[in-house]
Design a protein around this ligand. Structure first.
Ligand code: PLP
Length: 424
């Protein structure tokens, strides 16, 4: 049996432990939801205040140049590139994940139409994050494609010669299951299919090597493991071999080769800059940079490989403790047991009460979240994200102890934990 002392010893030996001091962690909270909204970096409040009072207040319009506002999407993109196996100049921070998906899926369909004409399908996973499916559904209608949804174990079989684009999320938001990006990209390319990868639950959480994987397009989220703050700008990467081939459809002036020439016609900028659209939210950008810096602070300590090793240790410990200490309470495991097949989260299932159990845990300061099942193959899920930058082994122990108490006392059955909120 694993003891609290064992967990404390693991924290004492953890070389990444000092990284936790970069964050504002509320007293009495164990935050296992960094996969939905990362925590606040200590630097962010002062940095945003400076951007408001000095750069906006005093610098005014001059700050587009003097404070580097205009360069923010590329400068932050270069920082994100270091975390996802891309090179400088290949990534921009911009817009939302949904909007970036619209741009890259459009471009991917155009490339497919040129390189492998006559194909009619976009393939994705049935349990992909809904916004990805909604954007794809709309684009498929507009361009005359069929969106073909399959279960994750059928993706290989679905890569037939009528498929134009394979669009997947690397780490599944519901189950935490992680795809083999390089392997699926290779299989897709062998069938002449263009690939689009969503890294929303990967960037800052698991090592990703976009260039080595040979992927065609990738997008990701700024407010999850990158700690960029609520509604932070997202990012987009395009394989350099495609970057100059097409305009993306939202051809706004920030993607123009010379936006301040104010010409009436559109001339796309070279490379990834053409994936910008319009004026960027500067205050959100500067907060995102603070978040990126918290992840880059791990570089001297082993970077994403070290973060991944700790993340695996945390998720292994959580699964083991739940199985040891909450045995007989009806919990199941929705996340793959094999560490190589999962991201940085663990999802539990329970036939009844999943929502209320999460609410009872939140009342005790253990913040995870709930994702509803569909009454069919997908069960209700209790979701716990483990951000290795700020979660420790003792936190895992304490979270499981609270879960044990909630279940053993049946406290979750109280009416106040069974009222549904708008945001789960
Ligand atoms: C979080 C997430 C998004 C979020 O999209 P927004 O445009 O920021 O709302 C998109 N896709 C996936 C897979 C996600 O996990």
């Amino acid at each position: 049996m694993t003891t609290l002392e064992d967990c404390r010893a693991l924290d004492a030996q953890d070389p990444l432990r000092p990284l936790r001091d970069q964050f504002v962690l509320p007293e009495g909270v164990i935050y296992l939801d960094g996969n939905s909204l990362g925590v606040l970096p200590k630097t962010a409040a002062a940095r945003v205040a400076q951007a408001i009072t000095e750069e906006w207040g005093q610098g005014l319009i001059r700050s587009w140049n003097s404070a580097g506002w205009f360069e923010l999407p590329r400068r932050l993109g270069d920082k994100i590139a270091q975390l996802v196996g891309a090179n400088a100049g290949e990534v921009v921070a911009t817009d939302s994940t949904s909007i970036n998906l619209y741009k890259v899926l459009s471009a991917a369909l155009r490339i497919a139409a040129q390189d492998a004409p006559g194909r009619s399908k976009v393939v994705s996973e049935r349990s992909n994050f809904p916004t990805d499916l909604y954007i794809a559904e709309s684009l498929c209608r507009e361009k005359g494609y069929t969106l073909h949804l399959v279960d994750s174990h059928r993706i290989g079989d679905a890569l037939t010669d009528d498929v134009a684009v394979l669009m997947l999320t690397h780490v599944n938001y519901r189950t935490g299951a992680m795809h083999d990006m390089a392997g699926l990209t290779r299989a897709a390319h062998e069938a002449g299919i263009v690939t689009v990868w969503d890294l929303a639950h990967s960037a800052g959480a698991v090592p990703v090597d976009l260039n080595a994987s040979g992927a065609d397009f990738a997008i990701g989220c700024g407010y999850k493991y990158l700690n960029g703050g609520p509604g932070a700008p997202a990012f987009v990467w395009v394989n350099p071999k495609h970057a100059d081939r097409f305009w993306q459809p939202l051809s706004g002036w920030w993607g123009h080769a010379a936006p301040f020439d104010f010409t009436p016609d559109y001339q796309p900028a070279a490379g990834i800059t053409r994936y910008l659209c319009g004026t960027q939210p500067v205050l959100g950008m500067v907060a995102l940079e603070c978040g990126l810096d918290t992840v880059l602070a791990a570089q001297p300590l082993g970077g994403m490989a070290a973060l991944r090793a700790k993340s695996v240790a945390l998720t292994e410990l959580f699964i083991r403790l739940v199985e040891e200490r909450c045995a007989g309470q009806g919990l199941g495991l929705a996340t793959p047991r094999e560490p190589a097949l999962r991201g940085s989260q663990v999802c539990l299932t329970r036939e009844a009460g999943a929502y209320a159990i999460v609410q009872a845990l939140i009342a005790r300061g253990v913040i995870g979240d709930f994702r509803a099942g569909d009454g069919g193959a997908h069960e209700d899920i209790l979701r716990f994200g483990f951000t290795p930058l700020y979660i420790g082994f003792e936190d895992v122990w304490n979270a499981v102890e609270q879960l044990r108490q909630v279940l053993e006392t049946a406290q979750w059955q109280r009416p106040e934990f069974n009222q549904k909120n708008a945001v789960t």
